[in-house]
Design a protein around this ligand. Structure first.
Ligand code: AR6
Length: 170
């Protein structure tokens, strides 16, 4: 499994799946979620509504998969990160679950290339250095690693990009 780092808008990435930092409603919001729904179009929202009607809200740490609509990717994996509230261990486990469950869904759907944004580090205020450690560790420890060809960490802001550069030893 190759790890790649880029600084970009995730909606421009042509991966098999891009991951969305969603909220439990699955009905869109601001940040990367807003950008994905805006550019991906109504097909994504329709698919999210269908999932909600079937299973209700998406719990923190869980993930669901939909079409990517008009985006260059094939799928969007929507995962709900924790809102940082200072409860370190609980929040850290939930953030790790986001990466783990997104990778599980990727494998189930034969996704070979998956792109992650820096989940929870925007509106949800998770400390960026801790979030980067969790993202990299969870991806590196994923048991079915050989089934994924490439994980792309997509950073949007300089602070995250510089942290990942350092932590990935690039
Ligand atoms: N491409 C890649 N990364 C982005 C983009 C983009 N287009 N836009 C922002 N980021 P956030 P959260 C980065 O706030 O903290 C929404 O309202 C951003 O710099 O999008 O998980 C949801 O509906 C940051 O590093 O997500 C939820 O309610 C990272 O994406 C809530 O925000 C995550 O920032 C989720 O909050």
């Amino acid at each position: 499994m190759i790890l790649e780092l880029i600084k970009a808008d995730i909606t421009t990435i042509k991966a098999d799946a891009i991951v969305n930092a969603a909220n439990s409603s699955l009905l869109g919001g601001g940040g990367v979620d807003g950008a994905i729904h805006r550019k991906g179009g109504k097909a994504i929202l329709d698919a999210c509504v269908a999932i909600r009607n079937k299973q209700g809200q998406c719990k923190t740490g869980n993930a669901v998969i939909t079409t990517a609509g008009n985006l260059p990717a094939k799928y969007v994996i929507h995962t709900v990160g924790p809102v940082w509230n200072g409860e370190s261990e609980k929040n850290e486990n939930l953030l790790a679950a986001c990466y783990h469950n997104s990778l599980m869904l990727a494998v189930e759907n034969e996704v070979k290339v998956i792109a992650f944004p820096n989940i929870s580090t925007g509106i949800y205020h998770f400390p960026k250095h801790k979030a980067a450690d969790i993202a990299i560790t969870t991806v590196n420890h994923f048991a079915d690693k050989e089934k994924i060809e490439k994980v792309i960490f997509v950073c949007f802001d300089d602070e995250n990009y510089n942290l990942y550069l350092q932590k990935l030893g690039i």
